[in-house]
Design a protein around this ligand. Sequence first.
Ligand code: S3P
Length: 172
Amino acid sequence: MKIILLGYMASGKSTIGRFLAEKKHIPFIDLDEYIEKREGKTVSEIFELKGEIYFRKQEHVFLKELLEKKEDFILSLGGGTPCYAGNMDVLLNFKNVKSVYLKTSINTIVDRLTNEKSQRPLVARLNKEELAEFVAKHLFERSYFYNQATYKLVVDNKSVYEIIGDLQELLG
Ligand code: S3P
C-alpha cells in the first residue's frame, strides 16, 4: 500500500511522513524534494526562473512517475499538489493508494508559516496580516480537493506521536 499525505503548507506532511515511514519500515519520499532533485533547482528557484505553471506540470509528471513504481512508500505531497492537473483524480484512480488529509486550522497554519515562509514562494513576501487573509481564502478553496482524500485526520494540538498513533489506527 502506498500512503499519501496531503494538506496545506505547514500541516506537518513531511515531518509526519518521515516518522510514519520509520515506524512502518518503508521508504519515505517528499514530492518537493523529489522535484528539486530531478530539476536540479529548489522549488523557489523553479517558481522564480520557470514559473508556477511549469512547476505544476512537473509536479504532475513526477507524481505519476512515483505512483507507477512497484514498491510501497509514504509520500508527502506539496500543499498545492491535490488541486492541480487532475492530481486528486490520479490518486483516487490508482489501486493500492490511500491518501490522508492532515487537517489544520487557519490559526495553526498562519502561526507556523509566519516562521517558515521563506522557502515557500506563494507566501514568502506576505506580512502577517496579508498571510492570515491569504491562508483563510486559499484553504477554503483548496479544501474541496483535500476533502476527497481517503481519510481525514485533524492534527491541530496533537503531538507527532499522537498523530502517528492515529494514522496507524486508520491505516492498519
Ligand atoms: C505549495 C506548497 C509547497 C510547494 C510549493 C507550492 C502550495 O509545499 O510544493 O511551494 O501550492 O501550497 P509544502 O506544502 O510542503 O510547503
